[in-house]
Structure formats: C-alpha cells, structure tokens
Ligand binder design. Structure first.
Ligand code: AMP
Length: 114
C-alpha cells in the first residue's frame, strides 16, 4: 500500500467510497464524478501505478478485473451496452496513478472518444 495514494486508501477503508464489490484482491466502487449513469472503477488492492507497469505475472489479475467489470455491468443493468476504459499515462487522461478500470454504461456513447 502507498499511504499517499487515494485508491490505496479507499481499498483500505481509510477514505469513504460507495463500494460495489470487494474481495481479497479487487475493490470496485462508484466514481465520485460519474461520466455516465453507471460509472464504476475496478482496482486491485495492490498498488500498481499504471497499466504498463504490469507484467505477464499480472495477467490473471487483469483478467479478474475485466471479469469483475463485466459482472458489474450485469448487476447495474447495463449489460446490453457498456464501455471499459483503461487510461494509461497523463496524455491518455490518467489522473489517479493507481491502476483502475472504468466501467461506463447507461447511456449511448460516441466514437472516437475525446
Ligand atoms: P483517470 O482519469 O482514468 O485516472 O480516472 C480517475 C477517476 O477517479 C476519475 O474518473 C475520478 O472522478 C475518480 N476519482 C478520483 N477520486 C475519487 C474518489 N475519492 N472516489 C471515487 N472516484 C474518484
């Protein structure tokens, strides 16, 4: 855990968040500034700053994060159409440097993304 990381602190229960799911490895919670009717963040408890800092040993974790997001899409009623987003690095829009997967749904979405 990184004590100056806001998502580590959410995972540790030190900062409040609207939790959707948690287990020994993964926590999912509602984004504080939702960009869609459904906007959840799926994070690992382990501090990893960026998607490109993961290694082949993290493949199972990444798969579990994706599966968690898919299951949450069903639970939140947007299984018919949803978007999963990983922002990696500031130019791509990453603002919190603890690995997270966005689940967005509940409205029509355009392409390309901004
Ligand atoms: P990104 O821009 O991909 O790094 O996404 C970071 C996301 O974290 C943004 O959508 C923020 O709204 C969200 N966020 C930041 N702080 C919190 C918080 N304390 N609780 C929930 N979501 C947060």
């Amino acid at each position: 855990m990184s004590s100056d990381c806001i998502f580590c602190r959410i995972a540790a229960g030190e900062i409040p968040a609207r939790l959707a799911r948690q287990d020994e490895e993964i926590v999912a919670f509602h984004d504080v500034a939702p960009q869609a009717p459904v906007h959840l963040l799926v994070i690992p408890r382990r501090h990893l700053a960026r998607l490109d800092q993961t290694t082949p040993q993290d493949a199972a974790l990444l798969g579990r994060m994706v599966r968690t997001a898919i299951e949450l899409a069903t639970e939140t009623g947007c299984a018919d159409g949803f978007r999963l987003v990983w922002n990696c690095g500031e130019p791509a829009g990453q603002s919190v440097f603890h690995l997270h997967l966005h689940l967005l749904g509940g409205r029509p979405m355009s392409w390309p993304p901004g």
